[in-house]
Design a binder for this molecule. Sequence first.
Ligand SMILES: [Zn+2]
Length: 256
Amino acid sequence: MPEGDTVFRTATKLREALAGKTLTRCDVRVPKFATVDLTGCVVDEVISRGKHLFIRAGDASIHSHLKMDGAWLIDGQIRRIQPHKIRILLETEDSRAAGIDLGVLEILKREHDMDVVDHLGPDLLGADWEPRIARENLVSDPERPLAETLLDQRVIAGVGNVYANELCFVTGYLPTTPVGNVKDPLRMVQRARDMLWLNRSRVNRTTTGDTRSGRDLWVYGRVGRPCRRCNTPIESDRADVVGTDRISFWCPNCQR
Ligand SMILES: [Zn+2]
């Protein structure tokens, strides 16, 4: 599942391709909105909030969420995609953007578009990031497991499964640790912010500081391989949640 940094980067890419330009084609291939045509409207803004994207044009706002497999592709990237995967196609005189397999795609009234993200906690990559509110949200249910809490977008917006696991490792806690046992929850949310912020414009995400493939992450996806700090094999446990990729990875020596 895409993390907040992927969504932030997607917004940047869409902004570069579309912002300030007039739509010359707007083809929405979702039955409920198939009659919406924003041709002639100028794209004013592209906004990301947590994992949600908004493309504002005229008095409409195209709201999308990438969920498991969604993506927005630009120009040349679109040619490689089978047409039936395209949910929406936007064109201007010199650019094209296509939304592929989007988990959510709806056309909202622009003046109310932020209502759909009302429930989100502080946005890790938002200009209005609020570490103290994030800290309060994090510990509001002290018995709840740390990784599960970090993934709850109502607590803080932007953490996906990669960052949830990596944050547990760098702070030395097991993913199952009750959040009430985290000694410095403010530092925890600030580390989350730092991790996403450092990766917001990187194509190759890294939490170790090394962007080389195979050296970029501490524990995520590394089951059975040696911990980078202590050589203990990394353990993993697939959480019993259907339809998600919520697998935990941890080092049984470095994380207690
Ligand atoms: Zn270790």
